[in-house]
Design a protein. Structure first.
Length: 216
C-alpha cells in the first residue's frame, strides 16, 4: 500500500497538522506533497490534486485500487484501521467512544478560538487578551484535557500512547504557546509534553523554515 499525504503551509494549516500527525504516528511510510496556501495560485494548485479543493488529502494506492480521503478525521480513522499497532484509538470500547467524542468536539467546534487565535506555529504573538468567546473555548479545552488525564493517568489524553485525540488538540497546544495562554497543573504539563514530541518539533522546524524564507 502506498500513501501520499498532501499538506498545506505548515505555519498556518492546523487541519494539515491534524491529518499529518496520525499518519506519522502510524509508523507507516508515506510520501508528502506540499501546497502553499494563501497564494495567488493556491486554489488552482489544490484543485489539481484534491476533489474538495482542500488539504490535507490522503491518496491511497492499494493494488489495483486508488482512492482519496479528504478530511482530517476520516484520514485519522483510516490510519487507525490500517495501523492497529499504533494505538491511535484506545482499545477499550468506552474509552474509544470518549476519545472520538473529544476529537469530534475539536473537529467541529471552538470557532471563536480559531478566529481570534489563528495558528501561527512558528511565531510568538503575546499581548492579545482572549475575548469572551475565546476565553470560554480555552476553559472548555482545559476541562477536557484535565478530565481525560485524570481518568487515563496520562501522560497523553487516553494513556501511554499519543493518539488521534492528542493529534486533534496539537494545533491548540501551538496556539496556546503563540499567544501566551496561561496554563497550570496537569494542563500545562500536558501541553509541554505534546509540544516536546519529536513530530511536533519536526513540524516546528518546517514551519520556522517557511517563516525564515518568507513563505508566510
Amino acid at each position: 500500500m502506498k500513501l501520499t499525504l498532501a499538506v498545506g503551509t505548515r505555519n498556518w494549516s492546523s487541519w494539515s497538522l491534524r491529518g499529518w500527525l496520525p499518519v506519522k504516528l502510524s509508523g507507516l511510510p508515506f510520501d508528502e506533497q506540499y501546497v502553499r496556501l494563501r497564494h495567488d495560485d493556491t486554489e488552482a494548485e489544490v484543485k489539481k490534486i484534491s476533489p474538495s479543493g482542500l488539504v490535507p488529502l490522503l491518496t491511497v494506492e492499494d493494488g489495483d485500487r486508488r482512492f482519496q480521503i479528504w478530511d482530517s478525521l476520516a484520514i485519522a480513522e483510516f490510519m487507525a484501521e490500517i495501523a492497529p499497532h499504533a494505538h491511535l484509538w484506545p482499545e477499550d470500547r468506552v474509552q474509544r467512544a470518549k476519545a472520538r467524542a473529544v476529537a469530534a468536539e475539536m473537529h467541529s467546534g471552538f470557532a471563536a478560538l480559531r478566529q481570534q487565535f489563528p495558528m501561527e506555529f512558528a511565531r510568538h504573538k503575546p499581548g492579545i487578551s482572549p475575548d469572551a468567546g475565546t476565553a470560554k473555548a480555552i476553559a472548555r479545552i482545559v476541562a477536557v484535557w484535565e478530565a481525560c488525564l485524570a481518568q487515563s493517568g496520562g501522560p497523553y489524553l487516553f494513556g501511554a500512547h499519543p493518539g488521534i485525540a492528542d493529534a486533534f488538540y496539537a494545533p491548540v497546544v501551538s496556539r496556546f504557546r503563540t499567544y501566551d495562554v496561561a496554563l497550570s497543573g496537569p494542563a500545562k504539563a500536558y501541553a509541554e509534553r505534546v509540544w516536546a514530541h519529536p513530530f511536533m518539533q519536526e513540524w516546528l522546524t518546517a514551519s520556522a523554515d517557511e517563516v525564515a524564507r518568507g513563505v508566510v
